[in-house]
Design a protein around this ligand. Structure first.
Ligand code: URA
Length: 258
């Protein structure tokens, strides 16, 4: 079976398809020892030998990626000494050894990627890469323009200064307010601590998408496999490109009073 060279390179985990195209046009890729700079070139992974910068590309095992729409009341670990529900309840039925990409608090909801691709996972989480994390956050009361401006400017937390990359009002909710907050680091409870610092505690915290992969209509408490297009997006984000803007949609209303 033949496939495009850039697709093969992406599938082998060398780079995203776009970055693989650059490698090809830069003349860094050879097929059976001959340099190839044409983007349309097709290869047969079973028969051809592909190398990048002289190093043979091996097709490693395919990596697995899933998206969980994490419900509240679930711990982002595989076991919990207190016996609370954990994400293992969602991972086990998949029959694979998968790890969560970062964490969402026990009471937080939304997009949580699960994977066995440790390398890409580390790129998404490592502080050096400052991958943006977008949250829709319901806070108590109605923060004033001045409070939001203060938050934008950065606040001092017990583990140092923190400044969100974005803070905007998103929606009103009775006596509360939904904010869109983007941060570029993964310190524990960061969003909750930011909001508490301006006197507006978080009452609900939802992550509509992670690394460009949106929960969309995925029901809370369900898991789905990522599409090849989403895998491309994740690879791109791990390489430092911005995620395509995710549709920001509030989570379903809760049926109990808060
Ligand atoms: N910030 C928080 O406070 N909690 C989360 O789960 C994620 C970000």
């Amino acid at each position: 079976m033949t496939e495009r060279l850039q697709k093969f390179l992406a599938r082998a985990g060398v780079a995203s398809r776009r970055a693989a195209e650059t490698l090809i046009t830069q003349g860094r890729v050879t097929v059976n020892g001959a340099k190839v700079v044409e983007l349309g070139t097709k290869i047969d992974a079973a028969a051809d030998t592909v190398a990048v910068d002289g190093k043979k590309v091996e097709l490693t095992e395919e990596r697995t990626w899933y998206l969980l729409n994490k419900p509240e009341g679930v711990v982002t670990t595989l076991t919990d000494p207190q016996g609370r529900p954990t994400i293992a309840d969602f991972v086990k039925p998949l029959g694979k050894r998968l790890f969560p990409v970062g964490r969402l608090d026990y009471d937080a909801e939304g997009a949580l990627l699960l994977t066995d691709d440790g390398e890409t996972m580390n790129r998404l989480l490592h502080p050096r890469y400052q991958v943006p994390r977008t949250y829709l956050v319901k806070v108590k009361g109605e923060p004033t323009d001045a409070s939001l401006e203060k938050l934008r400017g950065g606040v001092r937390l017990e583990d140092g200064m923190a400044a969100p990359a974005k803070v905007e009002r998103f929606d009103k909710a009775e006596a509360n307010t939904w904010l869109e907050i983007v941060v570029t680091e993964g310190r524990p409870h960061l969003v909750k601590r930011l909001c508490a610092a301006i006197g507006h505690p978080v009452v609900r915290l939802f992550r509509p998408a992670q690394a460009g992969v949106a929960v969309g209509n995925l029901e809370p408490g369900t898991v789905r496999k990522l599409t090849p297009e989403e895998l491309e997006v994740i690879r791109g984000v791990a390489e430092g490109r911005p995620a395509p803007p995710a549709e920001l949609k509030l989570p379903p209303r809760r049926h109990r009073p808060r």
